[in-house]
Design a protein around this ligand. Structure first.
Ligand SMILES: Nc1ncnc2c1ncn2[C@@H]1O[C@H](COP(=O)(O)OP(=O)(O)OP(=O)(O)O)[C@@H](O)[C@H]1O
Ligand SMILES: [Mg+2]
Length: 259
């Protein structure tokens, strides 16, 4: 199998609105792929189609060689999905959440115990097993969610804004884990609004109003736009697409503040 993700003209329409429009791209196995784009550009909708949560309106997609509609259930067995909204049970302890998800994945008690032990260490959640989940910090909660998404040893890990609202140290820890997983052969699809994170991806796709407007290694994207960083490339894309200026005219503000 060559690609972790292949989509062709993938489209999702909600009523009259096309949330995702004719996406076509391929992501090689074992790479970290960052899906970027402003709020409402269609990142989560794309992810939800790839994870078999919603059906495409048109087009086709495969994850790990499996059709996202015809073979959705089989594909789900190999996908670890961390949704954009925190989806663990806040009123359960860390251990209870891990055991619950181990049950969802159908792991035997023995296998579950072993994997939970390993994942508590890997995600650095050790020592918090008996704490209620709502008492954890944002960074710890995200690492616990990651541990739950890894329990069934997925081949493709899908992370929808895993570090939103997470402090810089926790973000760094989270990304070290992701990079180590990728280095060991796992394929990763991640969305983020932090472009320093996106710079470390092998490949990024930039979507705007549901359409893919740029795809490639971060450095090449910046070079193609004639700027130094992905952040500048991102701002350039948005300005080109909307015709809006991002740098505000501050004359009125200055006059206002001086009065
Ligand atoms: N179930 C739904 N029904 C109707 N419209 C929807 C639904 N889900 C998403 N949309 C719309 O589709 C568009 C894309 O939404 P989506 O959540 O995929 O964006 P996103 O790129 O993930 O944004 P964000 O960065 O804010 O998470 C938005 O206009 C959104 O309002
Ligand atoms: Mg989203």
């Amino acid at each position: 199998m060559k690609y972790s993700i292949e989509v062709e003209n993938l489209t999702k329409q909600f009523g009259t609105q096309k949330a995702v429009e004719s996406l076509t791209f391929q992501v090689p196995v074992g790479t970290i792929f960052g899906l970027l784009g402003p709020n409402g550009s269609g990142k989560s909708t794309t992810i939800r189609m790839l994870c078999g949560v919603i059906r495409p309106s048109a087009g086709t997609g495969k994850v790990l060689g499996l059709d996202i509609v015809q073979q959705a259930e089989e594909a789900k067995e190999h996908i670890g999905y961390m949704s954009q909204r925190f989806s663990l049970y806040e009123d359960l302890t860390v251990m209870e959440n891990l055991r619950f998800f181990a049950g969802v994945y159908g792991l035997s008690r023995q296998v579950a115990d072993q994997r939970i032990r390993e994942l508590l260490t890997i995600t650095n959640v050790i020592g918090w097993e008996n704490n209620l989940t709502h008492t954890l910090s944002g960074g710890l909660k995200q690492r616990l969610a990651l541990a739950c998404a890894l329990l069934h040893r997925p081949k493709l890990l899908v992370l929808d804004e895993p570090t939103a609202g997470v402090d810089p140290v926790s973000r760094r820890i989270f990304w070290s884990i992701i990079q180590a997983l990728a280095a060991n052969g796992m394929s990763i699809l991640v969305t983020t609004h932090y472009l320093d994170e996106a710079e470390t991806c092998d490949l990024v796709g930039f979507i705007f109003k549901g359409r893919l407007i740029s795809f490639g290694p971060p450095r090449e994207i910046a070079r193609a736009v004639g700027v130094d960083t992905l952040e500048e490339a991102f701002l350039t894309f948005v300005q080109e697409e909307t015709g809006e200026r991002i740098d505000l005219d501050l004359t009125a503000l200055t006059a206002f503040a001086k009065r």
